[in-house]
Design a protein around this ligand. Sequence first.
Ligand SMILES: *[C@@H]1O[C@H](CO)[C@@H](O)[C@H](O)[C@H]1NC(C)=O
Ligand SMILES: *[C@@H]1O[C@H](CO)[C@@H](O)[C@H](O)[C@H]1NC(C)=O
Length: 235
Amino acid sequence: MASEITYAEVKFKDTLLPVEAKAPPEKSTPQREPCKPKLWVPWLVSALLLLLCVALIITLIGMLHKQSPKAYKLPATFPEWRCALGTPGSKEGVWTCCPMGWKPFRANCYYLSSDSMSWDESEKNCTGMGSHLVVINTQAEQDFLLSWTKDIFSSRRSYFIGLSAQEVEAQWRWVDQTPYNETTKFWIPGEPSSPKKEKCTSFQVHSGTQARQNWNDVPCSISLNRICEAAAAFI
Ligand SMILES: *[C@@H]1O[C@H](CO)[C@@H](O)[C@H](O)[C@H]1NC(C)=O
Ligand SMILES: *[C@@H]1O[C@H](CO)[C@@H](O)[C@H](O)[C@H]1NC(C)=O
């Protein structure tokens, strides 16, 4: 019974197949021709999209390369630099770059030491790093240093700054030859008290409220922390 049924099916197919095979060739030829452009369209669209993507990626890479600060040469005085946009006082669209670990403010970078040494050694250490002991030119710079030093260490600390008295005249002098300005000085009231013995200047930081007047004259031989200042790089 079962073999008869299968045979019947095969036979049925056999008889059907030639009928189907004969019929399509004439019908399918007119059908394939309008199909050809329909098959091309998705390929063409895909190829165009791929081209567009490649072009987009290339322009993006180009733009990133242009904007990246790494594409510019920074002074070799420091191995690593950190650049930022929108630093207070900087021009729009200009990157302000400071050596890694230094703090930018306006056109300069600042370094706070956690170790201490004499004033001479402090200045030598700063110059060895392509900088100098900080020269405070404006009230804004004084205020920036006050708030920054207060934030960094909670304990009371003193830092050497680049102001020292000359041997003979007891005349105050900045390390970079900036003229000592009578209107831009921030001595603690009553200081400097003994410029003959205390010829160097410290920047005193308290943990609590901090008066703007915080400079004190101190002997140059004592060990203090230091603040170095270097010019920022702009790209
Ligand atoms: C300056 O002092 C820092 C911290 O102690 C040290 O790492 C650096 O090597 C010193 N640089 C020079 C030039 O003395
Ligand atoms: C001293 O500082 C004041 C205020 O910052 C400034 O107006 C003046 O030009 C400075 N004088 C000198 C000689 O640099």
